[in-house]
Design a protein around this ligand. Structure first.
Ligand SMILES: Nc1ncnc2c1ncn2[C@@H]1O[C@H](COP(=O)(O)OP(=O)(O)OP(=O)(O)O)[C@@H](O)[C@H]1O
Ligand SMILES: [Mg+2]
Length: 442
């Protein structure tokens, strides 16, 4: 691999050059942006490592030249002072591969370079596979004709072509899981695992062992060694669903894994390399969580390199007709499904608080209860009232039964996410958790 090192600080530049050469890379080093541009015009590089702040042509200018046409295939890593992280994030949006904050030792750069090396290998192999493999069309996977959905698809494709971390934001049921899996499916890691971690469902004391695994005897009940999700996702993608539910003390560990690309199992000391791409999702406004002190700002910057906001369905009702067609195909295959003439109007005037998931469920239920015909009547009703299922008992028992059913139902709709389920019922998450315990559902 050919690496170009650009730094105006001589000591740093020389030490980096020496260290990289020591690891077998071919290295060219330049003291400023101007001479770097000249070297880039002379021949191809795989990686450019540049200081963001340099007099004259800055690291950002260099990045724009490289990605804008000089050598768009080259990956650019920027080195930045802590205070200029927002600028570095801006640089990531212009196509930088990663950034490192000063002060840093050269060791932190190596895992990043190794990741690029692996990616290059994968791309070479991918070229071979593509000859026989069929490529999937993103508009078949993420259905919708609205401008908003077109933008989402565009971003999904951009993310799939890069290795940068992605943050997907949106209400429950808008398609965050789906978008994450499509990014993986279309990307260069598709032959490797896609591992979903629902951060909201783990008790806080188990988060570490879930993510990083544990050694035998690490804690009571750890009868044998176990691989964590990061190890299971090796070479592929890890999807951290509801990332804001990761407790603060775990956020520090996650940050370290992202920055250094290594972790240790709980109770272990051997560092394990994490060659894993991270996609995270949230229903919350993480900026507010940062202001509240429940989410680390540095972790936010690391995750929010690329960002996809999926708007709620009520803001893109043009998508409803294509989605209906897709879901009815899923339910009935090529069988032509009949529907009452007022159905489209009902679907378009509803607000869809549960978004695309709610639409899909409503159609399924209507198809089943209408015995193959989507009826207008009861289309948006939630099946039989839970109380009707009860038999006998006093008022208290009946109310308890109804409440238990509602909790269970909300939990199912929210895919096991307690915070989301609480929100569906308009309940505080803490109240919701208490009730789950009371009914033995936790
Ligand atoms: N654009 C779309 N095209 C096709 N299917 C979609 C689309 N958006 C969502 N869906 C479907 O809607 C359902 C809900 O989507 P998904 O589970 O991805 O939502 P989510 O945003 O992760 O929700 P939550 O925050 O509750 O976990 C899934 O069955 C998904 O396949
Ligand atoms: Mg989800």
């Amino acid at each position: 691999m050919r690496i170009l090192v650009v730094d105006d600080e001589e000591m740093k530049r020389i030490s980096l050059e020496e260290d990289l050469k020591g690891r077998g890379y071919e290295v060219v080093s330049c003291p400023d942006g101007e001479s770097a541009l000249a070297r880039l015009r002379e021949g191809p590089f795989h990686v450019v490592v540049a200081d963001l702040k340099m007099p004259g042509v800055s690291g950002l200018d260099l990045l724009k030249e490289v990605k804008g046409g000089l050598q768009p295939q080259a990956e650019v890593i920027l080195i930045t002072a802590y205070g200029s992280i927002p600028l570095a994030v801006e640089a990531m949006r212009h196509g930088a591969y990663d950034f490192l904050t000063k002060p840093f030792n050269n060791e932190r750069l190596f895992p990043i370079i190794e990741r690029i090396e692996k990616q290059l290998c994968r791309e070479r192999n991918k070229g071979k596979q593509d000859v026989c493999g069929k490529s999937e069309d993103v508009s078949d996977l993420l259905v919708g004709s609205s401008l908003a959905m077109q933008r989402v698809r565009e971003l999904v494709e951009i993310c799939a072509a890069s290795e940068a971390n992605v943050l997907i934001c949106g209400e429950t049921g808008v398609g965050k899981d789906l978008a994450a899996s499509v990014i993986h499916k279309l990307g260069s890691r598709r032959a490797h695992p896609f591992v979903k971690v629902s951060c909201a469902v783990f008790p806080r004391e188990l988060v570490s062992s879930e993510l990083y695994g544990h050694e035998k005897g690490a804690f009571t009940g750890a009868d044998g060694p176990r691989r964590g999700r990061f190890e299971l996702a090796q070479g592929g993608t890890i999807y951290l669903d509801d990332v804001d539910d990761i407790p603060l003390e775990e956020q520090v560990k996650l940050l370290r894994v992202i920055e250094e690309g290594v972790f240790e199992r709980v109770g272990g000391t051997t560092p394990v390399k994490a060659d894993v791409r991270i996609i995270a999702s949230t229903k919350e406004d993480l900026r507010l969580k940062i202001a509240e002190g429940s989410f680390r700002e540095d972790l936010y910057y690391r995750l929010n390199v690329m960002r996809i906001d999926i708007p709620p369905l009520r803001e893109r009702k043009e998508d409803i007709s294509l989605l209906v067609r897709r879901f009815l195909e899923e339910i009935a295959g090529t069988w032509k499904v009949e529907m009452d003439p007022e159905v489209p109007e009902i679907l378009h005037s509803h607000d869809w608080p549960g978004n695309v998931r709610e639409l899909r469920n409503a159609l399924r239920r209507a198809y089943l209860t209408g015995r193959g015909v989507v009826r207008a009547e009861g289309l948006l009703e939630e099946g039989p009232a839970p109380a009707a299922k009860g038999t006998g008992g006093g008022l208290r028992e009946t109310l308890n039964r109804v409440e238990r059913d509602l909790l269970q139902d909300a939990l199912r709709k929210a895919g096991g996410n307690k915070t989301a389920a609480a929100r569906l019922l308009g309940m505080k998450p803490s109240t919701f958790r208490d009730k789950l315990k009371r009914y033995g559902l936790a």
